[in-house]
Design a binder for this molecule. Structure first.
Ligand code: SAH
Length: 252
């Protein structure tokens, strides 16, 4: 498939349907409004589209549907081949709503491959039910803005014990952000042990027995983010930034 040597359009849209040369993409009223009324685009203008599976494609606005407010895009040529998201899954104990939305947006920009809410002993009550629909929309917007080819899935909240049981089967390393000072400096741990997922505790921290259980697991590495006590969302973003800096210095 020849790559098209064209500059990617400034507007990027995540779409659901398949992408291939000559395909048509139907736009609902919301994206239609965004392109037409916010970005002031019209028929013939170019947008970049991606669906998380087929790479990023150059598309042209083919028609507007005045009444419905939507429109149709004509897919022209592939701009970038699909690649897996090289980042870690971020396992996090849900926090208060506003901060959680910021966490989802920033973690998406920072390359989290998946977002997995974990219910721990001290998780705030509201954290047991999260608005996955709304968080999913925030993740889509952050993926569009940041140039990602994937949107991190927002998993259903899982109890820590259940999640750890599943993970022990998979055996993928888990870096646990340990605020008690019991962890290794994160950059050294990442450089030595390589890729793995990240786990951050709730505002109230992990319960002592949770930390003890985690520390006792073969594929778990407690890590330290420095001498200060960070808010959960700060810790998550700091850990993600370290992960990308150490393990994914990949080309722009
Ligand atoms: N309430 C606890 C702190 C919880 S901070 C207290 O006051 O001690 C929320 C989460 O952020 C923690 O569970 C941990 O996962 C992470 N975190 C915060 N500061 C950290 C640090 N310096 N090193 C590693 N993880 C940290």
């Amino acid at each position: 498939m020849p790559e098209v040597e064209t500059r990617a359009p400034k507007v990027r849209l995540h779409v659901a349907g398949p992408l291939a040369a000559g395909a048509e993409v139907a736009l609902g009223p919301a994206p239609g409004h965004y392109l037409r009324n916010v970005m002031r685009l019209g028929p013939g203008d170019a947008v970049a589209v991606f669906n998380g599976r087929d790479g990023e494609w150059l598309a042209e606005i083919a028609t507007w549907e005045r009444r419905a407010g939507g429109g149709r895009l004509a897919v022209r040529a592939r701009l970038r081949a699909q690649t897996d998201e090289p980042g870690p899954a971020l396992l996090f104990a849900p926090i208060r709503r506003g901060r959680l939305e910021t966490l989802v947006e920033k973690a998406t920009e920072l390359g989290a491959a998946a977002l997995v809410p974990v219910v721990t002993r001290r998780t705030v009550v509201g954290g047991r039910t999260i608005d996955r629909e709304r968080l999913g929309r925030i993740a889509v917007e952050a993926a569009e803005q940041s140039g990602r080819l994937t949107v991190p899935p927002i998993a259903e909240p899982r109890r820590l014990a259940d999640l750890l049981a599943d993970r022990s089967a998979a055996g993928r390393r888990l870096y646990v952000c340990d605020e008690t000072g019991g962890g290794r400096p994160i950059a050294a741990a990442l450089a030595e042990l390589g890729p793995g997922d990240l786990l951050v505790g709730p505002e109230g921290g992990f319960a002592p027995d949770e930390l003890a259980e985690l520390r006792g697991m073969a594929y778990v590495t407690p890590v330290d983010l420095g001498p200060r006590t960070l808010r959960a969302e700060t810790a998550a973003l700091a850990a993600l930034s370290c992960w990308q800096a150490v393990l994914n210095p990949g080309p722009r």
